[in-house]
Design a binder for this molecule. Structure first.
Ligand SMILES: Nc1ncnc2c1ncn2[C@@H]1O[C@H](COP(=O)(O)OP(=O)(O)OP(=O)(O)O)[C@@H](O)[C@H]1O
Ligand SMILES: [Mg+2]
Length: 235
């Protein structure tokens, strides 16, 4: 589905991505985790062909990809109502918009039906971000790229949306590439994790083997979520 080989990206004189290699098989899920400025969005832009690599190759199966952009506010047409925003991918693909599931999905996403006739500037950040996630999944993609897609959501809404995406993963054989600084969401949604630090992948791990982390930075990240996990299991 996605294969990246020896990928480098330079802006001006500085390399912001250094020798990135990854292989994302169909029906699998990978999280790219890293701090702000690590190069995550740059990588997603290269994958989507919005920007070009300095060196290296990207092979992607471009059939049926959906993306939730980190900059979600600029990813919607401000002159469209929310229902038009949700319908736009169907218009572009010249397919029929089916709204039979929309009402249920709005409930799952904690969005009121009355928002459908509003404009993006009338929604809160978290509401608009959920609209963007909804838009991405309504077309039933086979490959979903999520760049900090839950950043504006409160804890309980985030958990509801993540649980729903997990169910889609099973039912629709969805391949997921999650880009986040949030290791907790990464472990909850993805089977595989790569840690990006200053443009370099410093560790690749299976989510169920986090204890095998070797790198000091990865260990610090893992330690930061362990108290939360312990709290969850005690409840
Ligand atoms: N168009 C550009 N021109 C010059 N430098 C850029 C450009 N886009 C990104 N950068 C630089 O590349 C580095 C990586 O940026 P990127 O947006 O990929 O980080 P990120 O990991 O997505 O961070 P965040 O978690 O804050 O979204 C940063 O140092 C940034 O300043
Ligand atoms: Mg980013």
């Amino acid at each position: 589905m996605l294969k990246i080989k020896n990928l480098w990206k330079k802006y001006k004189k500085e390399f912001v991505l250094k020798d990135i290699n990854l292989n994302l098989q169909k029906n699998s899920s990978l999280a790219l985790v890293g701090e702000s400025g690590a190069g995550k969005t740059t990588l997603s832009r290269l994958i989507l062909g919005i920007d070009t690599p300095t060196k290296g190759n990207i092979h992607i199966d471009k059939n049926s990809i959906s993306v939730v952009f980190q900059d979600y506010r600029n990813s919607v047409n401000p002159l469209f109502t929310i229902i038009e925003i949700l319908k736009e991918p169907f218009w572009l693909r010249k397919t029929t918009f089916s709204n039979e599931k929309l009402e249920d999905l709005l409930k799952t996403f904690n969005l009121s039906k009355s928002l459908l006739d509003k404009y993006p500037h009338e929604l809160s950040g978290g509401q608009l971000q959920r609209v963007c996630i909804l838009r991405a999944i309504l077309t039933k993609p086979s490959f979903l790229i999520l760049d900090e897609a839950f950043s504006a959501l409160d804890v309980s809404t985030k958990s509801q949306v993540v649980t729903y995406i997990k169910s889609l993963k099973k039912e629709q054989n969805l391949t997921i590439f999650l880009i986040t600084h949030d290791l907790e969401v990464a472990t909850s949604l993805c089977e595989n994790i790569k840690i990006l630090f200053k443009g370099e992948v410093i560790e690749s791990l299976k989510t169920n083997c986090l204890g095998q982390a070797q790198n000091q930075y990865t260990k610090l990240l893992i330690d930061s979520i362990i108290p939360l996990k312990i709290k969850e299991t005690n409840e």
